[in-house]
Ligand binder design. Structure first.
Ligand code: PEP
Length: 252
């Protein structure tokens, strides 16, 4: 059975103290009212060790937002998958469109990162999604399939069990423009079919596919009601505990 998930992506927001305050607020809210889904918060590297320790007995799992495509050594400023794992974090977000666009992360680089993350015992939230121009040219399916083929479809069936897919149309990220539930469902079903073609129907059925792109408490219930949408990857609305909780409540 696939998991329902609501995952936050704080991006480059929150000092250590602000992050601790937000995580504490969320921990308390979710201790008082248990969520009906898995809850993950993706944070900058600086928060990982502190929050992993703070949240270890809570329902909240911690994720990094990136890791290096090298194992270790002379790569100044980089953080390896082994280092992320050593903080107690369980997940890493890879393939986010901002990393692809601003940091030139190619499918090959992402493939190396995915391999290292899995080899070091992390689970991967792998992001895919088309730009506005690609959507207007009706290329969304080809783009998503190519991104899967380029970085994750080489994995074994055993490795695949540690992959969560996040479909994030770039034109909907941080723009306030959400894909309609129908648009999202259509491509989620297509992505699941691509997974089935490689790993079989059961594995596809067990794969969590999240929607990301201006998801908020007001549109989450409709998005999450679709059969192939297993939750959300949330940017802006994960930065305030009540907003994030509103999305988590969409599973109630
Ligand atoms: C994201 O960047 O992963 C995202 C979904 O952002 P937002 O929710 O702000 O659109």
């Amino acid at each position: 059975m696939r998991k329902k998930i609501v995952a936050g992506n704080w991006k480059m927001n929150k000092t250590l103290q602000e992050g601790v305050a937000l995580a504490t607020e969320l921990k308390n809210i979710l201790a008082a009212e248990k969520p009906n889904c898995e809850v993950i918060i993706g944070t900058p590297f600086i928060h990982l060790a502190t929050l992993s320790e703070m949240l270890k007995d809570s329902v909240i799992a911690v994720s990094a937002e990136n890791c290096a495509n090298k194992e270790s050594g002379a790569y100044t400023g980089e953080v390896s998958a082994a280092m992320v794992k050593s903080t107690g974090a369980e997940y890493v977000i890879l393939g986010h469109s901002e990393r692809r666009e601003y940091y030139n992360e190619t499918p090959e680089i992402l493939k190396e990162k995915v391999d290292l993350a899995l080899a070091n015992g992390l689970k991967v939230i792998f992001c895919i999604g088309e730009s506005l121009a690609q959507r207007e040219a009706n290329e969304q399916e080809a783009v998503c399939k190519a991104e899967l083929q380029g970085s994750v479809f080489h994995l074994t069936a055993e490795q695949w069990k540690n992959i969560v897919i996040a479909y994030e149309p770039i034109w909907a990220i941080g723009t306030g423009k959400t894909a309609t539930a129908e648009q999202a469902e259509e491509i989620h079903a297509f992505i699941r079919k691509c997974v089935a073609d490689v790993y079989g129907a059961q594995a596809a059925d067990d794969t969590s596919i999240l929607y990301g792109g201006s998801c908020k408490a007001s549109n989450a219930p409709e998005l999450f009601s679709k059969p192939d949408i297993d939750g959300g990857l949330i940017g802006g609305a994960s930065l305030k505990a009540p907003d994030f909780k509103g999305i988590i409540d969409a599973w109630k």
